[in-house]
Design a protein around this ligand. Structure first.
Ligand code: PLP
Length: 499
């Protein structure tokens, strides 16, 4: 369980409960205590109430909800019996998940090529290379390679042409940047790894969005960081809950706050400039470094060209507390393994020194290909990839309600995936059934820091649009098989929240 407990005030819990309305028949003819217990359980399993959150005392909650104290006491008792609440006399009650709730399983590896005909891969959220652009850029890069081949080929900070291309792109996006602020890394993961090694020690707290990108969460766990989840707010689109962020920043004083403000993975949410400023102010007051992951920042397939994008968080940062990672892996190609860190030149130099003891540098040829693609071809490459994502996103939005009417999702303005509430079906059970039924599925609990989001899955926009109806039919068949034994915990309170 988390070592720092957020305290949920009675009005805050009342607001969350109002948003978690259980539709009929879940509430019909049920005693009030069971409805309340079901709602609280739903908030915990959906990650809207972090595991380890301290709940109000019975009397206070009863008064805020205008219920009898006996109703609240019996609801708490029910939650305790089911494993969703832990209480210590005199100390209070905290939310929990019952033992036996499926933990996030091992890393989801891409389906190997020889299985691709049989297995539908909805696990990995990455696109194929944009062709013919990649092939053409690779041919030009090979021609240039002879200029580099005479040297040793080690560039701990990156090949100058790529550092310049990345800096230029930031400047175009409203954040003036010089090449000495850029460190080329082996994918965004390589950049995150270097930053974690430099800034985060065993036992340090790191605030993370809930949900968040599964691989970063796992990398942070491996580092020994203590994750403090900050649930998203919904109005109804997902956005940051700044009240909760302020509470966490003040109370837990996380050394680092990790956020994905642009077309967030997995929800696709885009955070507006005002919320970005407010989070920066709260983090500055708490002395927390803000680690901004911009891997998905260029994926605004639903944002019209005429609508200005919110500026990168580093452009709003007056206190030099932002460190940014980015990647060519989504717009260009994941197989290039090109990412970067944007930071103060001193930190760039430090990270470059550190990497001499890990991967030394990123392959020169891949850097030359990326630098080429980030030049003249970029607008056409971007249009090509965004057209593909948009078509697939629209195809899923059309096919899912037809075949899986109990599943709900908010259509995001961009990004790589739909974050889908599965109508009470366990995402882990669905993933298991998928393994047998020829579809690889990323269960929602991978994206929670503590096993939450049990009733979610992430559906990536990787399937070409014409193949989406068949993919959804296969998902529906898998869901039907999983439904038989796919729930954990008592089933009432399981209906979806409209996300
Ligand atoms: C938010 C986020 N960060 C990091 C990564 C990893 O990026 P890369 O492949 O460049 O290492 C991904 C990939 O999906 C991502 O979505």
């Amino acid at each position: 369980m988390a070592d720092w407990h957020t305290t949920v005030t009675p009005p805050a819990l009342a607001r969350l409960l109002a948003a978690a309305r259980l539709p009929e028949p879940a509430t019909a003819r049920r005693p009030a205590y069971r409805v309340l217990a079901g709602q609280i359980r739903l908030l915990v399993t959906e990650g809207r109430l972090p595991v380890g959150a301290r709940l109000p005392a019975e009397r206070e909650l009863a008064s805020a909800l205008e219920l009898s104290r006996t109703t609240v006491a019996t609801a708490y008792e029910t939650l305790r019996a089911d494993g969703y609440l832990l209480s210590r006399r005199g100390a209070g009650s905290w939310t929990a998940l019952p033992e036996g709730a499926p933990p996030p399983s091992d890393a989801l590896h891409p389906v190997p090529p020889d299985e691709q005909g049989r297995t539908l891969d909805l696990g990995v959220a990455a696109l194929p290379a944009p062709q013919p652009f990649l092939g053409e850029a690779a041919a030009r890069a090979v021609e240039q390679l002879s200029c580099y081949a005479a040297g040793h080929g080690h560039y701990p900070t990156g090949v100058p042409v790529l550092r310049e291309a990345v800096a230029r792109r930031y400047t175009e996006r409203g954040l003036p940047t010089t090449p000495d602020q850029i460190l080329v890394t082996t994918g965004a993961m390589g950049g995150l790894h270097l930053i974690q090694r430099a800034l985060i020690g065993r036992g340090d707290r790191v605030a993370v969005e809930a949900p968040s990108y599964a691989h970063t969460l796992q990398a942070l766990r491996i580092t020994g960081a203590r994750l403090v989840p900050v649930p998203y707010g919904y109005r109804p689109e997902p956005e940051w809950d700044l009240t909760e962020w302020r509470r966490v920043l003040r109370g837990a004083a996380p050394k680092v706050s990790y956020v994905i403000p642009d077309f967030h993975n997995p929800t696709g949410a885009l955070i507006g400039e005002e919320q970005r400023r407010e989070l920066l102010a709260a983090a500055r007051a708490a002395g927390s470094v803000v680690l901004v992951d911009e891997t998905t920042a260029e994926l605004g397939w639903g944002v019209p060209e005429s609508v200005p994008m919110p500026r990168p968080m580093a452009a709003l940062d007056r206190a030099a507390q932002v460190v940014t990672v980015g990647s060519a892996g989504k717009l260009l190609w994941g197989g290039l393994r090109i990412g970067w860190v944007r930071a103060a030149p001193a930190l760039v130099r430090r990270l470059a020194s550190d990497r001499v003891y890990s991967d030394v540098g990123t392959p020169v040829l891949d850097q030359l290909i990326a630098a080429d693609l980030m030049g003249e071809p970029l607008p056409a490459v971007r249009a090509h990839q965004l057209d593909r994502l948009r078509a697939t996103a629209h195809a899923f939005a059309a096919a899912l309600p037809e075949h899986l009417p109990g599943w709900t999702f908010a259509q995001p303005p961009g990004g790589l995936s739909l974050w889908v509430s599965t109508g009470g079906l366990s995402g882990a059970a669905l993933a298991q059934a998928g393994e047998r039924g020829g579809v690889r599925i990323a269960a929602g609990n991978r994206f929670g820091s503590d096993g939450a989001f049990e009733h979610h899955i992430r559906i990536p926009f990787t399937v070409p649009a014409p193949a989406v109806p068949a993919a959804v039919r296969r998902l529906a068949a898998t869901a039907a098989r999983a439904a038989a034994g796919g729930r954990f915990g008592p089933a009432d309170g399981a209906p979806p929240l409209a996300v």
